[in-house]
Write a protein that binds this ligand. Structure first.
Ligand SMILES: *Cc1c(COP(=O)(O)O)cnc(C)c1O
Length: 358
């Protein structure tokens, strides 16, 4: 007997979400500049460490993530109790919203920004409150402040912003943080901070120290090049940090990921060299695009943003045809990650051809 009407019913807040589709696009033979990944292989010593850890994969990982947590606390000069790791900073984001917001609560974020914010908010049954970016692709902090109500539990600030690459300055961010009501947790998502070169862009960890309502999110996926291993972390005061430990998936960070992250932190010199090389490529790509006639902002991240509007999908198709995968946002623009010089050159050639046609 089947009775679909009375069968298991997923929570209705999931209806607004699209299911993840199985299968991966076929990027064979293409340069992949669509996911802001690092084009370099793991940092020196990381692969060896990961291989050694893989040998122990019949065992559960360290549930407390002790070594990595201690290393992060030392690295950033924060109490170990304030560091909470998770399976990518997306995993930590889910723990965060689960910990802070439930049915009917509001989560404010800029839009367009990172796609995970509205998704995670809906999963938790909370209400997404997107606030349009300014014309330059920056967070409109005054409008975000105006969007805060007594139902607001979390505000995400993505600095630098994905996908526009715009970054907030210290003075404007400080003014915002000090104006937000004390009951609201402000999450500074700094997935790309290592790539920022504008000296006015603050380090969120300095802003968190004496502000109990500020939490910083970082990831090993971008500058550190460990996207495939899934490890990110939050730095937050109590009681938020303890709540994050309660809502985290147990054993969510594999031993392989934990050990690779520790080894990556210890390879800081090589990391800084690679980030510097990518920043150099960003400067080169930006200048080349401008000389082709494009309007491009000064991205503080490892990607550039082209405001193509209705031409976004066509542009992405032209890039794919030329052998480079980029990330279009229909009707808005196209985000192009900075990759190895060769891939960037293929992209620039495709952009030049397209530019001449419009
Ligand atoms: C890529 C990205 C992350 C990191 O995601 P992981 O789950 O750590 O791979 C977080 N925030 C933003 C804004 C990002 O673009």
């Amino acid at each position: 007997m089947t009775d679909r009407q009375h069968g298991p019913r997923p929570r209705p807040n999931l209806d607004a979400l699209s299911a993840h589709r199985p299968g991966k696009p076929d990027y064979a033979g293409s340069f992949v500049l669509s996911a802001n990944e690092n084009p370099y292989p793991p940092l020196p010593g990381v692969l060896e460490t990961a291989v050694a850890a893989a040998g122990g994969c019949n065992r559960y990982p360290d549930m407390a993530v002790g070594e990595l947590t201690t290393e992060l606390a030392r690295h950033f000069g924060v109490p170990a109790g304030h560091v909470v790791t998770g399976p990518g900073s997306v995993g930590v984001t889910l723990s965060l919203v689960l910990a802070m917001a439930g049915e009917g609560d509001e989560v404010v974020f800029a839009w367009r920004s990172f796609e995970a914010y509205p998704v995670v908010t809906r999963i938790c049954g909370a209400v997404p409150v997107p606030v349009p970016l300014t014309a330059d692709g920056a967070h409109d902090l005054d409008a975000m402040l105006a969007a805060v109500t007594d139902r607001t539990r979390v505000v995400f600030v993505c600095n630098p912003n994905n996908p526009t690459g715009a970054a907030l300055r210290r003075d404007e961010l400080v003014r915002f943080l000090d104006a937000v009501p004390a009951h609201v947790l402000v999450v500074l998502d700094e997935a790309y901070l290592e790539f920022a070169r504008d000296a006015a862009v603050p380090d969120g960890i300095d802003l968190y120290r004496d502000r109990p309502h500020v939490c910083v999110l970082r990831t090993f996926s971008k500058a550190y090049g460990l996207a495939g291993l899934r490890v990110g972390f939050a730095i937050a005061h109590e009681p938020v940090a303890a709540a994050l430990r309660k809502t985290a998936v147990p054993f969510g960070v594999s031993q392989l990921a934990q050990d690779a992250a520790v080894a990556s932190l210890r390879a800081e010199k090589a990391l800084l060299e690679r980030v510097e090389a990518l920043v150099g490529e960003r400067t080169r790509v930006t200048a080349a695009l401008r000389s082709q006639g494009w309007t491009v902002g000064d991205s503080q991240a490892n990607f550039v943003w082209l405001r193509l509007g209705d031409r976004s999908l066509d542009f992405a198709a032209a890039c794919a045809e030329a052998g480079v995968a980029v990330r279009p946002f229909e009707g808005e623009g196209v985000r192009v990650s900075i990759g190895e010089a060769e891939g960037n050159d293929v992209f620039l050639a495709a952009a030049e051809v397209f530019r001449k046609q419009i």
